[in-house]
Every structure is written in C-alpha cells, then in structure tokens.
Design a protein around this ligand. Structure first.
Ligand code: FUB
Length: 339
C-alpha cells in the first residue's frame, strides 16, 4: 500500500497533473464506480458498501451489499447528486446475496443496469434491470442472463452500435470454478494453482440487440506479453484478477483491469473488441485498501478514471469513489497515476 501523497510523487518525470482525489460522496460508502455520460450528464453506477456484520474472508463475504444508488453530476468537480435506491436485492427474484460491482448502458430509449449477485445456490450470475431513466428505479428481469457467471460486468458499445459485456473475477469472484465450462462447487477459492500456465482470462460476450441476453458463448479475453505469449498465472503483477473495463481510443481497444492481490490497475491494447490484447503497463499504483476497481470515460474531450479507496473509513469493505484525470503520452500509452 502506497502511503505517500501526490505532492511527494510529482517528480517522476510526469507533467504536473491536477488530482481531484476527494471522495465524491461521504454520506454513504460507495465503490466500483462505472461512469457514463448520458445526454451530457455524468452518471456513476457504484456498489453501495455497507457494514453487514459479516466476518472478513478471502472470498469477500464481508462485501454483503444490498442495493444500488446512482450518482450524477453535470461536470467533473461539480455537485454530486445521490438519486437514492435504484435497485434493491429484495426486488431481484432469483438473487441470494452480495450485490457487487454493476455497470450500465443505454440503447433506444432504455437504460440497462447490469449487476452480479449470488443466486440462491450461492453462485454468482449476472442480472439485468431496465428503466426509462438513467437513475432508475430499475426493474430486474426475472432470471439471470443465460450463460453468465462470475462478477464485474462492464458493457462497451462500439462505434458500430454493437455492445459487448466483459466480465469475470478470480478468488471470491468464482471465475476459477468455471474452468471446465461447468461450475465446480468444490473448485479452488483462489486460482487453479498452476503458476506456469496461462492465467485465467476475463470473458467477453456480444450482447443481443435488445441488450438482455448474450448473443454468443462467452470467449476468453486473452492478454499477451510483448512477445505474444499469454501472461502466466504466476505473474501476479500483470495477470487479470477482476474489474475489467473496455474503452476505445485512437481506433484501438484498451482493456484495463485490476491485478487483485498486487493491487494494481493495469491495461492491455488490441485491434478488436475481442482482443487479443497486448499488455502495456500500469494505469494506477495501489490505493489505500485491498481492492481497487475503475472505469474510464471521456467527458468533453478529456479522459477520466473513476476508482475507489478507503480514505473515509480505513476499512476494506467500506470504500469511497473518486475521480482523477487520465493522461496519455503522444503514442497513446497511459501515464501511471500515483494516487
Ligand atoms: O465490490 C465487490 C467487489 O470488490 C467487486 O466486484 C470487485 O471488483 C472488488 O472491487
């Protein structure tokens, strides 16, 4: 965990940058911010952290969230509005527990909220809920998305209008339990224990035109090193852990993600939404707290990264969302942020 402030870290050859780095709200705990611009306004779809009194463990059982709030603001640095409960666990017919990191999308007059939650058998699935307003309330579909599993949905819509969902997370996110194609309840709670083998991949699936289904079986999001070889499972500084996000810049596809137990946000670049993606570096060094989870969005010609740390509480399961500017070098590579 890096304890230095931005003032101590400004001398690494980077141009001076303005860090906003204040919790966006402090009346509730928020995490996993997925930010979008809809009709010129910035909307943030975070997890709503609570202290549910569940003992901390490596499966993330203490992240026992029960609803979502949507936040919005008219500009970066502007007043943040909390629009109240947008979706409640009790209104999702198939859900058991743990509403984790959501994302949202818009198409043809409807807003879609995508969310991971454990079903009544304690298996993470992805759900979708709809609303005519970006702030909800959202109505959940009666069943999870068929073929979905694990956590951390991130929906990217390409310039041709095709939408894709990226998802997955190892350890408590259960991705490793699907390695055979079927859920293995007795599978590992961490990874496959094969450090010399290619790491487990995030998944991507094209969404149907109505945005409610997968249009194909989910594929691997391959991350390669500069030599074109898959990043290995033992390479904890570079392998995918959770919290994937896809954005497009300069005609290239940037897949960014959390490395989990090494607490980095890393990224890889490809020529197609399906990849493969070549590892390029670190977007953000560790924040205070165990997890970090981000989204990247363009607002009025500038790029921003939304992320979280635990400044307000000092507790790993009570997080607060923040935003800062994302800067690129002339070749399109991203400057590493020292939060
Ligand atoms: O908020 C619960 C989980 O913590 C998310 O799904 C992960 O990405 C991590 O941030």
């Amino acid at each position: 965990i890096l304890l230095a402030g931005p003032g101590l870290l400004s001398g690494f050859g980077q141009a001076p940058r303005k860090y906003l780095e204040k919790p966006l709200v402090s009346h509730i705990y928020t995490a996993d911010p997925s930010a979008h611009v809809f009709n010129g306004r910035i909307y943030i779809y975070p997890s709503h952290d609570i202290d549910a009194g569940v003992k901390e463990d490596d499966k993330g059982s203490h992240f026992a969230m029960r609803d979502y709030h949507v936040l919005s603001m008219d500009k970066i640095g502007g007043k943040v509005t909390d629009h109240g409960v947008a979706l409640d666990l009790k209104d999702i017919p198939w859900a058991g527990r743990q509403l984790w990191a959501p994302d949202a999308a818009y198409k043809n007059g409807t807003y879609y909220l995508y969310f991971p939650v454990k079903d009544k058998q304690d298996v993470f699935r992805m759900g979708v809920a709809t609303s005519k307003s970006p702030t909800g309330p959202f109505k959940a579909e009666p069943q999870p998305i068929a073929g979905s599993y694990s956590i951390d949905p991130a929906v990217f819509t390409d310039t041709d209008g095709t939408s894709y969902m990226y998802f997955g997370g190892i350890w408590g996110g259960q991705l490793q339990k699907w390695a055979s194609g079927q859920y293995d309840a007795n599978g590992s709670d961490t990874d496959l224990g094969k450090p010399d083998q290619p790491a487990l991949s995030a998944k991507v699936a094209r969404l149907s035109a109505d945005m409610l289904r997968f249009d194909e079986t989910a594929r691997d999001v391959q991350i390669l090193d500069e030599a074109g070889k898959p990043i290995l499972a033992g390479d904890h500084n570079r392998r995918f852990f959770e919290g994937g996000w896809l954005h497009k810049f300069g005609g290239k596809y940037y897949f960014s993600y959390s490395t989990g137990d090494t607490h980095l946000l890393a990224y890889a670049v490809g020529d197609s939404p399906y990849g493969p993606f070549t590892y390029k570096g670190v977007i953000m060094n560790p924040v205070t707290g165990w997890t970090t989870h981000h989204s990247i969005v363009e607002v009025k010609g500038k790029w921003y990264i939304f992320y979280h740390d635990v400044e307000l509480s000092g507790k790993t399961h009570l997080r607060n969302v923040k935003v800062t500017e994302l800067k690129r070098k002339p070749d399109g590579t991203i400057e590493t942020i020292n939060p």
